[in-house]
Design a protein around this ligand. Structure first.
Ligand code: G4P
Length: 534
């Protein structure tokens, strides 16, 4: 999304109020808890605990899988929409585990901003850094929430320094914590000159807010004990001297992040963060395409599929394509062109995801995420338009880092395995390669845990127990070049060749030496480890 000069176009009010973002964090920093509080404040759920409800209730959410519950990781990304004050928020959930980087990467192509959650005691952790780097590739605006301030945490300056140094981004405090750990009292809202006091007795109560007339207001001393007040005033004075002021454009450019301190579990600081997302967060941005940049104010509807999820509800074998709308005002029943197949699709049952429910979407606007049930026509990267033959740029597919062959432990079920594997490949959960010589499939993934996830899903969703085994290959590269040369190369190297699930040729080997040799001996051919879905 190219243009973050927020005033460059006037948007219809419905688009103008949309904020589409993701939360990035290291596992355990509090993403689920924060999401839950967002939904609570957004009126999308009535009670905390619904998002992480155990058992049956939890299965109503997209991450119904046993595996997710057992491991406490979220394998599937899903979208949630809710209103907050004058804003309409679309929160796209990113899978938290490091094994799922490709899925996460694609998810981040569908949002305009990210909320980075860090644990106040742990600071910037490995997964946060990786996700941050992905956001930076697109210069995405980032809001930071420093969580768990009710526990012993680091000194505020330490946390800010660490973010500035580790992530090379300017940090501007939007709030400043008063006291730490057991002494944590609340925060001073530096942007609105308000004192926010945390209520420890009820975790779902919105913090008490005290209007303060600047830092020399005597009212401060009525609420803050003298020892804490002195330290706090000293720190704020230093912060104002040493740290950058809030600069909206720098934030939109991705070079400065405002930081709020809080405690998601105590509902503390969450509302201020949400206000920040609404007030400062980017409106739906321009989406790049191969024809021209698509501006959200264009009247014609267009969007792209960034995620396909099958069997969201094991009782109904459905497949849902998550579509980011890039422009226009979508209405249920619209006929859109599926650019890849050039076929018209009537979008009869589009869905919006409201907390634990999905609802028919009667309408949606640029910036929204809608789910389109389908039987496999819609794949990741596909564009839907009102007739224009364009493709959205920037949804890459990465060569897998691990390859294994797969077979059904019951040979009678081998035929059905093809169907299951194809579906997972289309969903983007794995890469599927069909060797040109011999039978069977080779499955490629980015992280080892994905084999386990797949095995568990194939058994759970298709009733086929499978076994993954080592293959003779360790690397896969897409092969491109003039057709004649490609065909000739394939003929002479059939033992190394496979096709991916789109039918594109892939060269497989165990040795980097082989790859180097092909590149040297066949200069007209390209071996690539990224295939851009266009
Ligand atoms: P994640 O999605 O990022 O992995 O984190 P999640 O929200 O699941 O939170 C991880 C743990 O941290 C949970 O505890 C959660 O209750 C706790 N937590 C979240 N926010 C805060 C906070 O502001 N303060 C404190 N003290 N703890 C917080 P758990 O014991 O793993 O799970 P549970 O038994 O509470 O469900």
């Amino acid at each position: 999304m190219l243009d973050r000069a927020d005033n460059s176009f006037v948007l219809p009010p419905e688009i103008d109020r949309r904020r589409t973002f993701a939360i990035i964090s290291h596992p355990d920093a509090g993403k689920t808890t924060l999401t839950e509080k967002f939904l609570l404040y957004g009126g999308a759920i009535q009670m905390a605990g619904q998002v992480r409800a155990k058992g049956e209730a939890r299965r109503t959410r997209s991450d119904f899988m046993q595996m997710e519950k057992d491991r406490g990781i979220s394998v599937s990304a899903s979208a949630m929409s809710f209103e907050f004050k004058d804003f309409w928020f679309n929160l796209v959930d990113t899978p938290g585990h490091s094994d799922f980087s490709e899925d996460t990467y694609r998810t981040l192509t569908a949002v305009d901003a990210a909320v980075m959650v860090i644990d106040g005691a742990k600071g910037v952790e490995s997964q946060t850094r990786k996700l941050f780097e992905v956001c930076r590739l697109r210069d995405m605006p980032i809001l930071t929430f420093c969580n768990k301030m009710d526990r012993e945490s680091r000194e505020t300056f330490d946390i800010i320094d660490e973010i500035q140094e580790n992530l090379a981004i300017d940090v501007c405090p939007a709030s400043w914590p008063i006291g730490v750990g057991r002494e944590f009292l609340g925060c001073y809202d530096l942007l609105n000159d308000r004192l926010e006091l945390m209520d420890r007795s009820d975790r779902n109560v919105i913090a008490e807010s005290v209007e303060i007339n600047g830092l020399d207001d005597p009212k401060l001393a009525e609420h803050v004990p003298a020892n804490l007040l002195e330290k706090f005033l000293e720190e704020v004075e230093m912060a104002r001297e040493l740290l950058p002021e809030f600069d909206h454009q720098a934030f939109l450019d991705g070079t400065l992040t405002p930081i709020w301190f809080g405690s998601a579990i105590n509902s503390f600081g969450v509302q201020e963060l949400m206000e920040g997302i609404g007030k400062f967060g980017p409106k739906p941005q321009v989406c790049p395409s191969d024809v021209r940049p698509i501006s959200p104010d264009e009247s014609k509807v267009s969007g792209f599929v960034f995620k396909v999820q099958a069997n969201m509800d094991p009782k109904h074998r459905d497949r849902i394509a998550f579509v980011r709308l890039c422009a226009g005002h979508f209405k249920r029943g619209m006929k859109l062109t599926h650019v890849r197949s050039k076929k018209i699709m009537a979008i009869a049952s589009p869905m919006l995801f409201l907390a634990s429910d999905r609802e028919l979407a009667e309408e949606a606007w640029a910036g929204d995420i809608i789910g389109i049930p389908n039987h496999g026509q819609l794949r990741i990267g596909d564009a839907l338009t009102e007739g224009e033959m364009l493709r959205f740029a920037g949804i890459p597919s990465f060569a897998p880092e691990l390859l294994q062959s797969v077979r059904a432990t019951d040979p009678m079920k081998a035929k059905h395995l093809d169907k299951a594997l194809t579906q997972f490949a289309e969903e983007g959960a794995a890469k599927l390669f069909k060797p040109m010589i011999g039978a069977g499939w080779i499955v490629g993934v980015v992280g080892a845990l994905q084999f386990e996830v797949l095995a568990s899903r194939i058994e759970l969703e298709y009733g086929i127990p499978v076994r993954f085994e080592q293959t003779q290959f360790t690397s896969a590269r897409w092969l491109t070049g003039p057709k004649e040369n490609v065909d000739k190369f394939i003929d002479g190297n059939k033992g190394h060749m496979a096709t991916d699930h789109d039918g594109d040729p892939v060269y497989m080997t165990r040795l980097q030496w082989d790859i180097d040799r092909v590149e040297r001996d066949f200069p007209e051919l390209n071996l690539t480890d990224i295939k851009t879905v266009m």
